[in-house]
Design a protein around this ligand. Structure first.
Ligand SMILES: [Zn+2]
Length: 242
């Protein structure tokens, strides 16, 4: 695992170089926007401790699993936090997707994965499959934020990332701002399995940044189930939107 000096919460005592760098290049909390202390990483301690976390318990069906219950291959699912439209915690998603700070996703995923590992969430899972962007979107953005989230989980679990087995091919109109029904109809036929052999016989963990209606994730799972009927699927998202 990388970052041996990082504690389980991702906060550590800063070294001299870190303090000097922070003086020259200050960094700011991805939630409240206040300047971070050199000992803080991505979020200030206050925002980190007040994060609207969702707990995982393998014996209780959680809200993320409820949204995906129609998927016959689903084994388990979890989201790390839940936010509403008015919440400042939504800023984490903006930083991750639009403001070119994908490392916040990797950092949060690493912290969440360390907790989930203790609870047996990763038992039986063979590999990580980040939800793909269209080729055009990934070129425009310069990265796929879900790959960064997957890297955070890989740092804790050692599970390999399979990034090219499923591709996103259709450029539909933007999901944001659409009603529930429009999102569902818009999500049909978004994905294509490019390498079924890479998934065959596996229990995969699909990684997404946020689950809103579940339409996009269900579309991806349906596509994989059609190509690899024996697949087992679990899901990890950083956030669940209210
Ligand atoms: Zn803060």
């Amino acid at each position: 695992m990388k970052n041996d000096s990082t504690g389980p919460r991702g906060y550590r005592r800063p070294g001299l170089i870190r303090m000097l760098l922070d003086f020259v290049f200050p960094h700011y909390c991805k939630v409240c926007g206040h300047r971070l202390d050199p000992s803080e990483n991505e979020l200030c301690i206050t925002c980190f401790l007040n994060m609207p976390r969702l707990e995982y318990n393998k014996d209780v069906i959680n809200p993320t699993e409820k949204m995906l219950l129609t998927e016959k291959s689903l084994v388990r699912a979890v989201s790390l936090m839940q936010y509403s439209k008015e919440s400042d915690y939504r800023n984490i998603l903006f930083h991750l997707k639009y403001w070119h700070h994908p490392k916040v996703g990797q950092w949060l995923a690493r912290i969440g994965a360390a907790e989930l590992k203790e609870k047996g969430f990763f038992e039986g899972i063979d590999c990580l499959v980040p939800l793909p962007l269209t080729f055009r979107k990934e070129i425009q953005r310069g990265y796929n934020q879900c790959v960064f989230i997957a890297k955070g989980i890989r740092q804790v679990t050692g599970l390999p990332i399979i990034g090219s087995a499923v591709v996103r091919e259709a450029e539909h109109s933007h999901q944001a701002g659409l009603g529930k029904y429009q999102r569902w109809s818009n999500a049909q036929g978004l994905f294509r399995v490019a390498d079924a052999d890479a998934l065959r016989g596996k229990h995969i963990l699909i990684i997404d940044d946020v689950i809103t209606t579940g339409a996009t994730l269900c579309s991806m799972i349906d596509t994989i189930e059609a190509a690899v009927p024996e697949i087992k699927v679990s899901v990890f998202t950083l956030a669940l939107a209210k």
